[in-house]
Design a protein around this ligand. Sequence first.
Ligand SMILES: [Zn+2]
Ligand SMILES: [Zn+2]
Ligand SMILES: [Zn+2]
Length: 319
Amino acid sequence: MSLRAILLLSALAASCATPTAAPTAASTIASPSEVYLQVLGVAQDAGYPQSGCYKEHCQRAWHNLAKRRAVSCLAVVDPEHSSKFLFDATPDMPEQLQMLQQLAPDADFDLDGVFLTHGHIGHYTGIMFFGREAQGSQAVPVHVMPRMSRFLAENGPWSQLVALGNIQLLALADQRATTLNSNLSVTPLLVPHRDEFTETVGFLIRGPQKTALYLPDIDKWDRWRIDIRDLLEDVDYAFLDATFFAADELPGRNMSEIPHPYVEESFALFADLPAALKAKVWFIHFNHTNPLLIEGSAAQKLVEQKGFHVARQGLRLPM
Ligand SMILES: [Zn+2]
Ligand SMILES: [Zn+2]
Ligand SMILES: [Zn+2]
């Protein structure tokens, strides 16, 4: 199926959407009822600073709380329906739920769904906080692909969340839109990644006016059946895997065992794109070694000079 077709299906799924106001500029919310996306974390699975790392790049964050960064996670808030949704459940979920509470308090907003990209530690383990030892939640809707669903249902401790009804597993299918309400639909896209336990997806999140792509993990761009450059034409925001900035980032580790598109490779792939497409790219999912975590770094400046963006915790975009 072509990308146009996927997006068209997503559009049809959300076709009962009410008429919307004129588009607004990024980072401004025109009305309190406007649907928006909020970035709740930008780090790779292990967060920043990383467990056991006392090198200079992590020391600056161990010694300064303000420099710490939570694991990659997006929230989408829909004031019209008093709904909020999470994209990935990270080990930093307690802090991320608290960030979301400031924007969309539980008294007024229901957490109406959590979407999980895959079974690596930064992307699903936060669901443990819904369980008996923590929140003891009731039937939080958790949207998952088939292997992820089996993985959670058949392996402890996750299976207890299912058995006790703390979470409710809802099935996703590749390229098929799930309609959440008249404003929002979500379409998973399978991507190549180290799928030891589960498959991996990115999400197309379609709002009343804008579509966002959330793609925190992929092996390499050229291993995907979809050309990311085509997909950029069809979305408004693309949160893309920027785990490593460059090939020499992990001395002593075999980086072919943990493939990701280096930011420098993405620069090269996107070099000839028009500025309007480059401006849709928000790099995210930074390893603790990635200089994009350091405010004011030469790497951050380079991303911006080239016309791309660095995703930052707290970024809000209208949907
Ligand atoms: Zn990851
Ligand atoms: Zn480190
Ligand atoms: Zn992963």
